[in-house]
Ligand binder design. Structure first.
Ligand SMILES: [Ca+2]
Ligand SMILES: [Ca+2]
Length: 234
């Protein structure tokens, strides 16, 4: 009889501990609403981004469902205020034909130093590709190779437009000459155009517009794409 009572007391004690544990778990879950839930998607939405409590995203940033949700870490407050909206971060700060970011000049048919750029979000860039081999006895086509590297968890693509004339002020912004939509971290493509060399010669230098186009990802601050442009290369 005594042993039975002891066993009953033990059983009640175990039951009480179990009930307390379950209730505590519910209570913690209810109190934990300030901590951002695990992200479910990297798609850009129209709402306000938020920081999560982890470090698994660039800049500790995740796209949200439209609700601002700073986490419990007080040092996040300033960063929360700086984040802005994903749609705003991805939006172009440049335009074409005017307002392109000028990359400079490189040679399309002789060795020259590559040009590079980095940035966040959609960007229009221009590079002047010059003809430098003007020999009348040889025809060296002009060539340009473009390599775009997307940062982790972002996918940027690259589109190339070739001006229809060699004039310094001629730009093309609509007729696509080449594009890459690879989902890997690297987009690479090349374009070339012929060296015309009639009697008297002809300058085949052209403006090439490079559009870095956002495909997916939060355009997280500090998560920069990297662009390299090489002349006389395919
Ligand atoms: Ca890509
Ligand atoms: Ca020529």
């Amino acid at each position: 009889m005594y042993d039975h009572e002891v066993r009953s007391q033990k059983a009640r004690a175990v039951g009480a501990v179990f009930a307390f544990t379950v209730l505590s778990a519910f209570a913690l879950a209810a109190c934990g609403s300030d901590a951002a839930p695990a992200p479910t998607s990297l798609a850009i939405d129209a709402g306000t981004p938020r920081r999560d409590a982890g470090a698994n995203y660039p800049g500790d940033l995740v796209p949200d469902a439209g609700v601002d949700s700073p986490d419990a870490t007080s040092s996040d407050a300033a960063a929360d205020a700086k984040m802005g909206d994903a749609a705003t971060r991805c939006a172009p700060t440049t335009s074409c034909p005017t307002g392109q970011r000028d990359l400079g000049t490189l040679s399309g048919d002789k060795a020259s130093a590559p040009l590079t750029a980095t940035g966040v979000g959609n960007t229009w860039l221009n590079v002047r590709v010059t003809e430098d081999d003007s020999s009348v006895t040889s025809a060296v086509d002009l060539k340009l190779k473009v390599t775009l590297t997307s940062p982790p968890l972002e996918n940027y693509d690259v589109v190339i437009y070739l001006a229809s004339s060699s004039q310094v002020g001629a730009f093309e912004c609509q007729t696509v000459r080449a594009q890459s939509t690879s989902v890997s971290q690297t987009d690479q493509l090349a374009v070339s155009w012929p060296d015309n060399h009639p009697a008297g010669g002809q300058d085949d230098s052209k403006n090439v517009t490079v559009e870095v186009r956002h495909a997916s990802g939060p355009c997280a601050p500090g998560a920069e794409w990297s662009l390299k442009v090489e002349g006389n290369a395919l």
